[in-house]
Design a protein around this ligand. Structure first.
Ligand SMILES: [Zn+2]
Length: 158
């Protein structure tokens, strides 16, 4: 899947950075709620821990928790559609295969490419035995093959 350890580390450290940013957002929100939340009865309020005792505070903490789960989901979803080499978003989705003529044209898949020619990602639309991992195929530079700039460096081959 990855050509080198450097690509592997770069890809997963980008995900870790996004998760750290999401954690910083959620913990900052929770910190600000804890900092500025005043109890309803500040004079007779003995218990400092309001979670589970104060309904609006508990509901707000639950909403912040749901926001955190949503941010983690978005981080993982965004990482799935990134190029494994340059970390840019994959573009140009193309549907391949056919639902009605599966034996003739193959299983239905959605194919994304990196616009800089690093590779393509096949995501299967048909999941027979559970969720399948997307299939990343790395290319040297398929734009050079398509445009004809090969080994000789000219626009058209001899
Ligand atoms: Zn790329």
């Amino acid at each position: 899947m990855f050509a080198s350890v450097k690509q592997f580390m770069r890809y997963w450290s980008f995900l870790a950075a996004k998760l750290l940013a999401a954690g910083a957002i959620v913990s900052g929100l929770l910190w600000s709620v804890n900092r500025f939340w005043t109890p309803r009865t500040p004079l007779f309020h003995i218990n400092n821990y309001q979670f589970g005792y104060d309904l609006p505070y508990t509901a707000l903490a639950g909403l912040i928790f749901l926001l955190g789960i949503g941010l983690v989901y978005l981080c993982i979803l965004d990482q799935r559609y990134r190029c494994r080499v340059c970390l840019r978003r994959l573009r140009m989705p193309i549907l391949t295969g056919s639902w009605s003529k599966m034996l003739q044209f193959g299983r239905p898949k959605t194919e994304y490419i990196c616009v800089y020619g690093h590779g393509k990602l096949n995501i299967s639309e048909l999941h027979i035995s559970g969720i399948e991992n997307p299939e990343w195929t790395e290319h040297a530079d398929y734009w050079a093959e398509l445009c004809g700039t090969g080994k000789n460096g000219r626009d058209f081959p001899d």
